[in-house]
Design a protein around this ligand. Structure first.
Ligand code: NAD
Length: 400
């Protein structure tokens, strides 16, 4: 069967994971990794030494012009995503871009409009958490209103723990100039995407960020966001990269139930008597309505990033409809922009936010920000993904 000839731009922490997936496992059978572009010589030398059969480039444009690839995965820092995506479009190369598509929603719109000129180019975004059967099941329950309307949402996602080394080895993470933010634009954006996918876009947000609280970084490493909907539904989103023993717990209160989502379980506590009768019964003023508990265990495999890559390959090779189109990457960025603007101005922000103001405020911070130049040649990121080999199921076919 014909495989998709793929090139990757960026051989860093995440790019090296994809490289290993494609070269060392059978998870993405329709992918043939033929080329890799990395503009850092130290990292390129490492690739030269360890990757056989993959054509290496120090200039991504040369890789795009080489005629070797039909599709490209963009795995570089955020502000370069749209540039390379457009360069791919122009050459008829299909694109799978990392999240966030861009840092600014205005840039995402520009990019999506540009893509409209290239109808034959498949353009996807890596929103890997959407492949998780846990959230797919939850979405089904919410969309079908199985337990009524959503009234309150509480998402605590504090298990994005990152060490200081994660930042010290990177020239751009945790800097305004390179990343355009921190925890929210990089890690928590995954759950913000799920949030808007499950519950829709809120009308207002109010944010309190902690900047460089547990790490020596410029950007936020913890934050609390209050989100409110036009119909009165409200929620709280709490996240951190600097808290130990963190967890990922989503609790949804509907008309009839509390739905708790953690690990691979959905636990539903549902009332089994009519609240209206209870409301009017003075003898039961302090009594909670009777409830029953149902547990849904998710046993299905979560295909994660590989699931998104396989859908992308299927769309290109077999002309199947792409499951997670680039357009899906817009709302999480728009929501993120409003959340940051609320923190910048220390006030409640209505969505869509004033983009000009957000862009201006962000640029102010970028002007006074610096790359961590010393980290440019660090190999720790790549090595750490190699050391994770056993957990990730790699066969170590290509290492050291
Ligand atoms: N979907 C996910 O779960 C997930 C997880 C981690 C990272 N990411 C995304 O992946 C991207 C990369 O993150 P990372 O943590 O791997 O960063 P990283 O710094 O470890 O790797 C980026 C690599 O790109 C290289 N690079 C930069 N500009 C380049 C250019 N113009 N041409 C060629 N190479 C270039 C850098 O030298 C570096 O090696 C980011 O967009 C991040 O948000 C996504």
């Amino acid at each position: 069967m014909k495989k998709l000839r793929l090139g990757i731009i960026g051989f860093g922490k995440h790019g090296s994971h994809y490289v290993r997936r494609y070269l060392e496992t059978d998870d993405c059978e329709n992918i043939e990794l033929v080329a890799l572009a990395e503009n850092n010589q130290t990292r390129l030398d490492y690739a030269r030494k360890h990757l056989k059969g993959v054509k290496l480039f120090d200039d991504a444009i040369e890789m795009l012009d080489s005629g070797l690839i039909d599709a490209c995965q963009i795995v570089v820092p955020h502000f370069d995503h749209s540039h390379y995506a457009v360069e791919c479009f122009k050459r008829g190369i299909h694109v799978l871009c990392e999240k966030p598509l861009c840092v600014n929603a205005s840039e995402v719109r520009k990019l999506l409009n540009e893509h409209k000129k290239y109808k034959d180019v498949v353009f996807g975004v890596m929103l890997n958490q959407r492949k998780n059967p846990l959230y797919i099941k939850l979405k089904e329950l919410i969309d079908n209103k199985t337990y009524g309307e959503v009234k309150m949402i509480n998402w605590e996602i504090t298990d994005w723990y990152r060490t200081q080394t994660y930042f010290d080895e990177s020239y751009w993470h945790g800097t305004w100039i390179g990343e355009g933010g921190g925890l929210f634009i990089n890690q928590a954006i995954h759950q913000l995407d799920l949030w808007q996918w499950l519950f829709g876009m809120p009308q207002k947000v109010l944010t309190k960020f902690g900047y460089g609280v547990g790490h020596d970084i410029e950007t936020e490493d913890e934050g609390v966001v209050y989100l409110e909907y036009e119909n009165g539904t409200r929620g709280v989103f709490v996240s951190a990269t600097d808290r130990v023993c963190g967890r990922n717990v989503l609790e949804i209160y509907t008309d009839k139930a509390r739905i708790s989502v953690e690990k691979r379980r959905i636990v539903i506590n549902e009332i089994i008597e009519d609240v209206k009768d209870l409301e009017n019964d003075y003898r039961r003023m302090y009594k909670k309505p009777k409830e029953k508990e149902t547990v849904i265990e998710i046993t299905e495999h979560d295909p994660k990033h590989e699931g998104v890559v396989n859908d992308f390959a299927d769309a290109v090779l077999n002309k199947k409809e792409l499951k997670i189109k680039a357009e899906e990457g817009y709302n999480s960025v728009a929501l993120c922009n409003a959340i940051y603007l609320s923190s910048f101005l220390n006030k409640e922000i209505t969505i869509p936010c004033d983009e000009e103001l957000y862009n201006k405020e962000l640029e102010e911070r970028r002007k006074n920000s610096h790359y961590r130049e010393k980290a440019r040649n660090s190999l720790s990121g790549i090595l750490s993904s190699y050391d994770d080999g056993v957990i990730n199921g790699y066969t170590n076919r290509i290492i050291k």
